[in-house]
Design a protein around this ligand. Structure first.
Ligand code: AMP
Length: 114
């Protein structure tokens, strides 16, 4: 997608430090962190919302979760705990329409979320 900010981050057009990357996923720090650790894990491939995932992308969805778990270990928060969130569409607060898994950690999380 030519006008997608996360596509530009994933393809290097917007220079961003990656905390993790592989053939399918890149991860970087959120611009407006909501916790001491706030990382976004995104697919390199453009998918607008979780509604748009196709059955053949099941492995890609798994790779996002595996990347988050790996980053949590790297950050030393895996045992204490962390939260992963994927907001879908505006009612859930999605503002960037390229799917992303938020990884939040480093403070006590509350339930229900806001
Ligand atoms: P959501 O509201 O679930 O769509 O989350 C989008 C997230 O992307 C927000 O937490 C923003 O702070 C974050 N964000 C937007 N632009 C950038 C950027 N250029 N680099 C890092 N994070 C960004």
């Amino acid at each position: 997608m030519t006008d997608c900010i996360f596509c530009k981050i994933a393809n290097g057009e917007i220079k961003t430090e990656f905390v993790y990357q592989d053939d399918a996923v890149v991860a970087f720090r959120d611009l407006n962190p909501q916790a001491p650790h706030h990382i976004l894990c995104i697919p390199r491939q453009h998918v607008a919302t979780t509604n748009d995932f196709q059955p053949e992308q099941a492995a890609l969805i798994g790779k996002l979760v595996l990347a988050a778990a790996r980053i949590a270990k790297q950050l030393g928060v895996a045992e204490d705990g962390y939260r992963t969130v994927m907001n879908c569409n505006r009612g859930a607060g999605q503002t960037v329409f390229h799917v992303h898994l938020h990884l939040l950690a480093g403070r006590q999380m509350h339930w229900p979320p806001g």
